[in-house]
Design a protein around this ligand. Structure first.
Ligand code: BGC
Length: 833
C-alpha cells in the first residue's frame, strides 16, 4: 500500500457526507446552506458539527470580528512579480498559520481573475494579466494553505475583471477565450491543487450558450466545474451575490453567503417541498459543506459533541521575527528594477551623507489596497526610520513635495486632543452605549448595540492659530453634521448595502468648510448619523473628520521645498504612487495618471539632483512619462507591513530586487488594448478574445514602457545554447537554456519561454507564455535551466469539435528575459494526433 492510498480520495469523502446528509431533517439541511453570520456557517451539534469560519482574503486573514492585527502581506500582484512558487508556498503557509491564529477555517483567497485592463479596480488583488503565471502562482499558494489544513477559496468565478456595476453586468466571453484564458487558472487550482471551495462572482456570464448571473450559471457551476473537472468541493456565493432561489439552487451553487437571511432559507425549503428543487440537490450541497467541515476538523461525527476550534500552541503573530523576516524578504524580492543607469543602484550604505526622501507616498506609504482585502497591520510604515537604519551615517530628511490626495488628512491628536465621543441612541433618544476614540480616528462605528436607531459623534477641534482652517466631513448615509453652529453636511438619503458594494462606505465623499478665526479657538463638531444596515456586511455608522491648518504650505511651496532639499542632498529618493482614493475594490480607475503633480515633482527633483532614485508605490500600472529621463526607477508595489524595511534593503543592496512585471506597463494611455472596464448596456464584451495583456500588445505591435516579464534585477545575464527535448503527448516539452551570471553578485534569473504557432493564425496569439523557471546563480557561474512547457500550452479549445486539441506542426520556442527580450530560439515538432 502506498502512502497516498491511505488518504481517502475526495469523492469518497463527499459520498460519505451525502449519506450523513440524507439522514438529517430537511430543515436542518437547508439551514446549513446559508451563512449564520457575515463570516460563519451554522453549527449542527446533533452531528458534532461546529460552526465553520471564513475570512478575507488575499493579503492576510482579517478574522471574523476581532480587532487583533494580522500579518499584512504584499499585494498579490507583488507576490506574482517574484515568479517564484516557493515564495507563494511560504506565504500560503503563513496564511494558514494566520487563519489558525484567528480561528478561521477557510481563507477567501486567492483571486485568479486576470488583469484584463490596467484600470481594473481590483487589479492589485489579482496576480497577473497572464493565465499561465496566474495559475502557477495560485496553485502553489493553495497547495501550501491547504497542506497546512486550512481551506482556500478561489475567486471570483467568473469574468469579474471589472468593478463598475459589478453586481449586475454580464461578461460576454466566447467559449474558446473562456477555456484558454479565463477558466484556465481556475482549472489549474481545481485539478492541480484540489481547492476546497470556489466563490461564484457577482457579475453574470454570457458564453454564447447560456447568459446568467454567475451564481445561476449551470454551465459554469455544474457542467464545467463539477461534472467535467470533477470538483467535489463547495461553491459559495460572493457576499450578497445570490438573487434567486430555484435558479441558483438548480445551477449548482452550494452555499449562500453571508447570512442570516438571503434568498434561500424558507424559500428553498418551500421549493424543495413543492418539488421544484429536488431533495438530492440539497443533499449534494450539504455533503459538500460537511466535507469542508471534515477536512477543517470541524466535524467530530459524534452526536452532541462539537469540537472546539483547535489552535495549536505557539503560533507566531504578525510581529514575530520569522513573519517579519519573510514579509520583508518577499517585499524586497518582488520589487522590480525598471531602470538603473550606470548601475546607480544599489547605493553603498556609507556612500551618502545626506538623503532627501520626497513624496506624499514617502511620508504615508500606500501598503495595502482598499476593500475586502484590507487587514489591520501590527504597525504603521515609517520610511524615514527604515532609511535611517539602512544608512546609519546619513542624515535623512523627509519632504511631502505637494499633496496628492483629493481629501485633506484625518484630524490629528493635536487638533482633537479630547478625542471623539460616540453615542448609540435608541429610537426614543436614550443612550444605549457610549464610546471614545482618540484622534486620528478612521470614523467607523461598527457593531452598534441592537436597538440602535442613530449614532451621534461629538468632538472639540482646537484651532491653535489665527487664520483660515479647513474642516472636511465625509459621511455615509442620512445625516446632519455641524461645525460650530453651521450645518455643513446633510442628507435624507438612507443608505443600504450598496455603499459597501460600490466602495463608497470606505471612501465617502466629503464637504469642506472654512473656519476663520482671529485668535486661538475651540470649535465643536457634532453629527447625527444613520445606522446603515448593510445586511450581511453588518450595521455601522461612519463619519470622517478631516482637517487642514492655515499654516499648511500650499502644494507649490511644498514642491519647491522638496526640490531644494533634493539639490542639497547626496541622494534624492522620490516615492510616487497611488493611494486608497485610487486603488480599491468597488470601482475602476478612470485613467492611469499619477494623482496630483507627481510627474512634475519627479522631473524637477531629477533635474536638481543627478543622483535621484524614483520609487513607484502602486499595485496597478500608472503612466511614468519621465521613466527614461531619470537614472533609477524601482516598482515597489503595495508592499505590506514590512515594505519600508524591504525598500531600504533594496536601496543598499542587502537584497536583490528580483521582481519581473506580471503585467504590461503602458507608455501612453492611447496604446492600452483594453482601456476601460465599463459595461455598455450592461455588458462587458471581451472582444479581444484570447489576446489578453501582453498578447494584445504583441498583436497590435504597440510598444509599452516596460513589457510583461521585464525586470533588470541588479545583475547582467548572458544566454547561451537552447535545446528542446523530444515532444511527449503527456509531458509536452522540456526546454533547456544555458545562462550565465556575468556580474559580481549572486542573482536570480527568471527564464521565460514563449511559444509561437506553426503558422500565423488570427485565432491564436502571436506569442504566448508557455513556461518559466527561476534560477539562482553565483557570480561568474553558468547554469543549465530547464523550463517545462506542458501540453496544455500547445492546445486550443475547439468549440465545435472535441474540446481540447493540439494543432500539429513546428512551434517556435523563444526564451529570454521578458516577453520582448527574447534571446534564443529553438523549435519543437508536434506530431498530428
Ligand atoms: C468581495 C469578495 C470578498 C467578500 C467578503 C465581496 O465584496 O467581492 O472578494 O471575499 O466581499 O468580504
Amino acid at each position: 500500500m502506498t502512502a497516498d492510498s491511505t488518504v481517502p480520495p475526495q469523492r469518497t469523502l463527499v459520498d460519505e457526507m451525502r449519506r450523513l446528509a440524507a439522514g438529517l431533517a430537511i430543515e436542518d439541511r437547508v439551514r446549513l446552506l446559508t451563512g449564520a453570520t457575515a463570516w460563519t456557517l451554522h453549527e449542527l451539534p446533533s452531528i458534532g458539527l461546529r460552526s465553520l469560519a471564513v475570512s478575507d482574503g488575499p493579503i492576510g486573514v482579517r478574522g471574523t470580528g476581532d480587532s487583533l492585527p494580522s500579518a499584512q502581506m504584499p499585494a498579490p500582484s507583488a507576490m506574482a512579480a517574484t515568479w517564484d512558487e516557493d515564495v507563494l508556498g511560504a506565504l500560503g503557509v503563513l496564511m494558514a498559520s494566520e487563519a489558525r491564529r484567528k480561528q478561521v477555517d477557510v481563507v477567501l483567497a486567492p483571486v485568479v481573475n486576470l488583469q484584463r485592463t490596467p484600470v481594473g479596480g481590483r487589479h492589485f488583488e489579482c496576480f497577473s494579466e497572464d493565465p499561465v503565471l496566474t495559475g502557477r502562482m495560485a496553485v502553489a499558494f493553495v497547495r501550501a494553505v491547504q497542506g497546512a489544513g486550512v481551506g482556500a477559496c478561489v475567486k471570483h468565478y467568473l469574468g469579474n475583471e471589472s468593478e463598475t456595476d459589478r453586481t449586475s453586468y454580464i461578461a460576454r466571453i466566447d467559449r474558446r477565450t473562456l477555456r484558454e484564458v479565463y477558466l484556465a487558472p481556475f482549472e489549474r487550482v481545481v485539478l492541480d491543487a484540489g481547492v476546497w471551495t470556489v466563490m461564484a462572482a457577482y457579475n453574470g456570464l454570457d458564453d454564447g450558450t447560456e447568459s446568467a448571473p454567475a451564481t445561476e450559471h449551470h454551465g459554469l457551476l455544474t457542467s464545467i466545474l463539477k461534472q467535467e473537472w470533477g470538483f467535489e468541493g463547495l461553491v459559495m456565493s460572493d457576499w450578497q451575490a445570490t438573487k434567486s432561489t430555484d435558479e441558483s439552487a438548480l445551477a449548482g451553487l452550494d452555499l449562500v453567503m453571508p447570512g442570516p437571511g438571503g434568498p434561500w432559507g424558507e424559500a428553498l425549503l418551500a421549493a424543495v417541498r413543492s418539488g421544484r428543487v429536488p431533495e438530492s440537490a440539497v443533499d449534494d450541497k450539504v455533503a459538500r459543506v460537511l466535507a469542508v467541515a471534515q477536512r477543517a476538523g470541524a466535524l467530530s461525527g459524534r452526536p452532541g459533541q462539537v469540537e472546539p476550534y483547535r489552535v495549536p500552541g505557539g503560533l507566531p503573530g504578525p510581529d514575530a521575527p520569522a513573519v517579519r523576516g519573510l514579509l520583508r524578504s518577499v517585499a524586497a524580492r518582488s520589487t522590480v528594477v525598471l531602470r538603473n543607469e550606470n548601475a546607480m543602484l544599489p547605493v553603498a550604505a556609507d556612500a551618502v551623507r545626506t538623503i532627501a526622501l520626497i513624496g506624499d507616498n514617502a511620508l504615508d506609504p500606500f501598503v495595502q489596497g482598499g476593500g475586502s482585502a484590507h487587514v489591520v497591520p501590527p504597525h504603521q510604515p515609517d520610511l524615514p526610520a527604515a532609511l535611517r537604519e539602512a544608512f546609519p551615517t546619513a542624515e535623512v530628511t523627509a519632504h511631502p513635495g505637494g499633496a496628492t490626495r483629493r481629501h485633506i488628512p484625518l484630524a490629528l491628536y493635536d487638533v482633537v486632543p479630547g478625542g471623539f465621543k460616540v453615542r448609540a441612541l435608541d429610537a426614543a433618544g436614550a443612550v444605549l452605549e457610549e464610546r471614545h476614540h482618540d484622534a486620528p480616528w478612521d470614523g467607523w462605528v461598527r457593531a452598534v448595540p441592537t436597538g440602535t436607531a442613530e449614532v451621534t459623534v461629538g468632538a472639540d477641534l482646537r484651532l491653535a492659530e489665527p487664520g483660515r482652517h479647513v474642516v472636511e466631513l465625509c459621511v455615509v448615509g442620512a445625516h446632519r453634521a455641524y461645525v460650530g453652529q453651521d450645518l455643513v453636511s446633510a442628507s435624507d438619503h438612507r443608505a443600504g448595502s450598496e455603499v459597501v458594494l460600490d466602495g463608497s462606505a470606505g471612501h465617502p465623499a466629503g464637504t469642506s468648510h472654512p473656519v476663520d478665526v482671529a485668535s486661538p479657538a475651540t470649535v465643536p463638531v457634532t453629527a447625527t448619523l444613520q445606522v446603515v444596515d448593510a445586511a450581511g456586511f453588518g450595521r455601522f455608522a461612519r463619519l470622517e473628520v478631516r482637517y487642514r491648518p492655515p499654516s499648511k504650505a500650499p502644494a507649490d511651496d511644498e514642491l519647491t521645498a522638496a526640490v531644494q532639499a533634493a539639490r542639497a542632498a547626496d541622494l534624492a529618493v522620490v516615492v510616487v504612487g497611488t493611494n486608497p482614493e485610487v486603488e480599491s475594490e468597488g470601482w475602476d480607475r478612470r485613467d492611469l495618471a499619477l494623482p496630483g503633480a507627481q510627474d512634475e515633482l519627479v522631473r524637477r527633483v531629477a533635474a536638481a539632483n543627478p543622483r535621484t532614485v524614483v520609487v513607484v508605490n502602486a499595485g496597478a500600472p500608472v503612466l511614468l512619462p519621465w521613466l527614461d529621463e531619470v537614472p533609477a526607477v524601482l516598482w515597489w508595489w503595495l508592499p505590506g507591513q514590512e515594505g519600508t524595511g524591504a525598500l531600504a534593503d533594496v536601496l543598499v543592496g542587502a537584497v536583490e530586487p528580483g521582481g519581473r512585471l506580471p503585467w504590461t506597463l503602458p507608455a501612453s494611455a492611447e496604446d492600452v488594448p483594453v482601456p476601460d472596464a465599463v459595461p455598455v448596456d450592461g455588458v462587458v464584451h471581451y472582444t479581444e478574445g484570447t489576446d489578453v495583456g501582453h498578447r494584445a500588445w504583441d498583436r497590435l505591435g504597440h510598444s509599452p514602457a516596460r513589457e510583461f516579464g521585464f525586470g533588470l534585477g541588479y545583475e547582467a545575464w548572458e544566454y547561451g545554447e537552447v535545446r528542446a527535448g523530444a515532444w511527449s503527448d503527456s509531458a509536452g516539452v522540456i526546454v533547456t537554456v544555458e545562462i550565465a551570471n556575468v556580474a559580481d553578485r549572486p542573482s536570480r534569473e527568471v527564464v521565460q519561454v514563449y511559444l509561437e504557432p506553426p503558422a500565423a493564425d488570427p485565432r491564436r496569439p502571436v506569442r504566448w507564455l508557455g513556461g518559466f523557471t527561476g534560477a539562482e546563480v553565483a557570480p561568474g557561474e553558468r547554469a543549465s535551466v530547464q523550463v517545462a512547457v506542458p501540453p496544455r500550452a500547445f492546445q486550443v479549445w475547439d468549440e465545435d469539435g472535441p474540446g481540447w486539441r493540439t494543432p500539429a506542426g513546428r512551434y517556435r520556442l523563444r526564451a529570454g528575459r521578458s516577453s520582448r527580450d527574447l534571446r534564443v530560439t529553438t523549435v519543437v515538432d508536434v506530431p498530428p494526433t
